[in-house]
Design a protein around this ligand. Structure first.
Ligand code: XMP
Length: 521
């Protein structure tokens, strides 16, 4: 596998994903991991990521120069090139002006990693510092107008580096460069495929669990569903899934969970009908944070009251994915189990109850989890399900949640989803890209706590408005409102007013995030 040493700001994540796209397994480590610790993990190659800092800054991220002595090929990008130069006796200085964005690269002489790429090509640059003198044994293999050392290598020691970012799509030959490194230099095989991954994970789960029993909280979301399908593939009926239905799921969702897991996969499934309990608990509660707290706490109460009744359960399977772990700070200490656990301690085990955790997806990115889901036979509509908050529709009903409001929101939301699912599908058919930038990433209805005047037939009405929210985003950190065609907005509006009792007006939210959030509560 390829170890990516991360010098900050998530540069490492993108590199790891690009390597995995080429069917080579890749894992991210903190940049300052001791060389001996890295050696124990046995990587076949190391990639040094870019980073936002200057190598001469006081708190500049550092690395153990012993990594260059491990006897495996090393490739550095941007900050990775600079730190390689500094550690091996070269020099880095400020360039006259920074270089940001596309740049024309001219090759010089032989290069193993630029092999098969044109003499001139476009690359993506983002730097102020640059290598001014290469270490002994290195030759300069390309330059741009601003940057005299755009790439360098010492092929005899298998050390390579580029000032530009091959992992960024705008670097024309980025993929080819990575291929040259992985397959040409390192001699790796592209054998990290979904089928191999499933076989490997299934074997791991069997080995870990043996004859013991496993429980899993199924939410109907992508991560818990893929975990369920994978664990079930490994150990069959030793797995029991618990689906806590809090009554605030979207229209058709509880039925889909039943259909997929009970009927299609034949997984032992306990459907906990907690709708009434939640409804009583939320009566009179209008503060969003209090709703979240109550719903979350009650979830674990419901789950453990079922789990404790079952005999002989020793493991709890969870759909933790790679970004959860990276973001929980585990990487800062080299992914040591102790810090990964702190993220797990969030599970409020009741006194005297403890299950060991199985987290088979904890090294997968979201798009890989989806691919895995497809390979395991989960339906598209589940695998491509948009993000949906744990507290469900409760935080899309402003103010108190009542059965009447829930009924209205479920119906209105179903119309929004039906129309925008179809809109996304049309875009997908036109572009062949599920993540087309104009596709809606998350879309739903919100029910505010007001009424407005309308007229239907000859009657004056005084009913509820529905807010439609549809955003483009890739990670929910920022989002823009979707520039939907007017006819799509118009159809959503007339369908909601026609089909949903108690609604006489539809409005569209045209606020990006920031300053607004995606959700209304
Ligand atoms: P905001 O509204 O903060 O949402 O822009 C960002 C993303 O997070 C989801 N979200 C939640 N997910 N529990 C969840 O599991 C929550 O309480 C919650 N609040 C927001 C939201 O749907 C969006 O995808």
């Amino acid at each position: 596998f390829v170890a990516v040493l991360d010098f900050g700001a998530q540069y490492g994540q993108l590199i790891a994903r690009r390597v995995r796209d080429l069917h080579v397994y890749s894992e991210i480590f903190p940049c300052d991991i001791p060389a001996a610790e890295l050696a124990e993990k046995g990587p076949s190659a190391v990639i040094l990521s870019g980073g936002p800092a200057s190598v001469y800054a006081d708190d500049a991220p550092d690395m153990d120069a012993g990594v260059f002595e491990l006897g495996v090929p090393v490739l550095g990008f941007c900050y990775g090139q600079q730190i390689m130069a500094v550690k091996l006796g070269g020099e880095v200085g400020h360039t006259e002006k920074g270089e940001y964005g596309p740049a024309r690269l001219a090759r010089q002489g032989e290069s193993r990693i630029l092999d098969g790429t044109p003499a001139e090509q476009t690359v993506w640059m983002s730097h102020r510092d640059a290598v001014s003198s290469v270490p002994a044994g290195f030759s300069v293999t390309s330059a741009t107008q601003t940057c005299p050392v755009a790439s360098m290598e010492d092929a005899s020691r298998n050390l390579f580096a580029t000032q530009f970012h091959p992992e960024v799509r705008h670097t024309e030959c980025g993929r080819k460069i990575l291929q040259n490194f992985l397959f040409g230099v390192c001699g790796l095989e592209p054998d990290w495929t979904m089928d191999n991954i499933i076989d490997e994970k299934v074997a791991e789960i069997r080995e870990q669990v043996g004859e013991k029993k496993v429980i899993l909280a199924l939410s109907g979301g992508v991560d818990s569903s893929v975990t369920a399908a994978l664990v079930h593939r490994a150990i069959g009926d030793q797995l029991t899934c618990v689906f806590v239905n809090h009554g605030m799921l979207r229209k058709g969702e509880p039925e889909m969970v039943e259909e997929v897991f009970r009927k299609q996969f034949n997984v032992p499934l306990i459907h906990v009908h907690a709708e009434e309990r939640y409804s009583r608990m939320l009566a009179g509660v209008s503060d969003p944070e209090q709703k979240r707290r109550l719903i979350g706490t009650q979830f674990w109460k419901e789950f453990f009251s079922v789990a404790q009744e079952l005999d002989g359960i020793e493991y709890l399977a969870q759909g933790t994915i790679y970004p959860d772990i990276i973001e929980s700070g585990a990487r800062k200490t080299g992914g040591k189990a102790s810090t990964i656990k702190s993220h797990h301690n969030l599970i409020p085990f009741p006194d005297g109850v403890h299950f060991d955790l199985i987290e088979p997806l904890d090294h997968f990115f979201k798009d890989e989890v989806r691919e895995l889901g497809i390979a395991l036979g989960l339906p598209d509509k589940l695998v491509w399900r948009q993000p949906f908050p744990g507290p469900g529709l409760a935080i899309r009903i402003i103010g108190e949640v009542t059965p009447e409001k829930l009924a209205i929101l479920k119906e209105a939301d179903a119309v929004v989803r039906e129309e925008l699912d179809a809109y996304n599908q049309r875009l997908f058919e036109e572009t062949g890209d599920r993540n087309s930038e104009h596709a809606c990433w998350q879309y739903f209805a919100v029910l505010p706590d007001i009424r407005s005047v309308g007229v239907m037939g000859d009657e004056r009405t005084y009913q509820r408005p529905v807010i439609v929210r549809a955003v483009e985003s890739s990670d929910a950190m920022t989002a823009d409102w979707a520039k939907l065609p007017y006819d799509v907005i118009g159809r959503i509006s007339s369908r909601i007013v026609d089909e949903v009792d108690g609604v006489n007006r539809v409005v569209y939210d045209v606020t990006p995030k920031p300053p607004a959030t995606i959700e209304w509560e």
